[in-house]
Write a protein that binds this ligand. Structure first.
Ligand code: ZN
Length: 343
């Protein structure tokens, strides 16, 4: 029985690791339609080229590889600076998964023993070593892992779920991929102040203040006071996740940006016509209008002066954690008024 399992294990492993040939990496990448604003950052440029090369070899869209990479990058940020490394991508396949959980060697690069212990690590750059610190090996392994599940987006979603065991990961990666596909660039870090230049507004740092309404909750955000109907703009590139009523927030919108930060816009008087979950938005795009809705059943309004309650939440792996948006608002406001603003 054990022998049989071993046999099945090895043949499965061989199937995965021999799927499409790895050669041809030197071939010219398929040209992707020119980016709207070509990335100036050479690292982004190199990373994009790497994904495009892999798309050319394996057929999995570069936007999808970029999305997986970006998801892992954003989840890693909070684990304060690891030792700097020379890698171009952030995907980190745990040693137990790469080498096999019972493999006594943590950094095994030997193909046959990795296979023996049921690891998924593959060689992607043709040096005969399956190195989990090598971009090409890691990406090739990820592609082969996902290819087991099929060759379209829905199949990969199942594959991603099987890999991350987390709905949020699958959803975020799928959203990232859609945004990369739309803009055809990795340079999507631009942000915008949520109120347009020519409108009157005021705000202070109210982070952590006790709030008058809704019990003993702490104020998780910044209130930007502005007149009824003042446009509320998207603060970044991202995907709309929520449009609707919430008891405290009133008419509110939730948007996840390309840094995996959830932006929350509350107390609106109305939404931009047609705006719905799944929509891709960009910095400065109108999402809705300032109001004073909230603190009651749907439609309740006028219990406080009109303002935009703006919050930012970081995906912590298990939950979303609010952090102080004030310094970001200050920065975006400065950028809005400075002449050399980008985008
Ligand atoms: Zn508020």
């Amino acid at each position: 029985m054990r022998l049989f399992r071993l046999f099945v294990g090895i043949s499965l492993c061989l199937t995965i690791c021999t799927l499409p040939a790895t050669n041809g990496l030197s071939a010219a990448p398929k040209t992707v339609s020119p980016a709207k604003n070509a990335p100036v950052d050479p690292v982004l440029q190199q990373r994009l080229q790497l994904f495009q090369r892999l798309e050319f070899v394996y057929g999995i869209p570069w936007s999808y590889l970029a999305a997986i990479d970006q998801y892992e990058r954003t989840m890693k940020k909070r684990q304060k600076q690891e030792k700097p490394d020379s890698r171009l991508t952030a995907i980190d396949i745990p040693s137990s998964v790469w080498c096999g959980s019972l493999n006594p060697e943590d950094d095994d690069t030997d193909h046959s023993s990795i296979c023996f212990f049921g690891g998924i690590g593959c060689d992607g750059d043709g040096d005969d070593r399956a190195d989990r610190h090598n971009d090409m090996d890691v990406l090739t392994t990820m592609i082969r892992y996902l290819s087991q599940f099929g060759f379209n987006r829905d199949d990969w979603k199942i594959g991603l779920w099987s890999y991350y065991k987390r709905d949020r990961a699958v959803k975020t990666i799928d959203q990232f991929a859609a945004v990369y596909e739309k803009y055809q660039t990795l340079d999507l870090d631009a942000h915008h102040f949520p109120i347009p230049k020519r409108y009157n507004y005021s705000y202070n740092n109210t982070w952590g203040d006790a709030r008058g309404w809704g019990g003993r909750r702490i104020h998780e955000g910044t209130d930007i006071f502005a007149g009824y109907g003042t446009p509320v703009l998207s603060t970044g590139y991202g995907v709309i996740e929520v449009v609707g009523w919430n008891r405290y927030g009133g008419w509110r919108i939730g948007m996840r940006d390309m840094g995996n930060v959830y932006h929350y816009f509350a107390h609106l008087s109305s939404f931009r016509k047609g705006l719905k979950p799944g929509d891709i938005v960009e910095p400065g795009e109108v999402l809705g209008y300032v109001g004073s809705s909230g603190y009651g059943k749907p439609g309740t309004s006028g219990k406080f002066p009109p303002h935009l309650h703006y919050g930012m939440y970081r995906d912590m792996g298990h939950n979303e954690w609010a952090f102080d948006p004030y310094p970001y608002l200050k920065r975006w406001e400065r950028q809005m008024y400075s002449k050399k603003k980008r985008g």
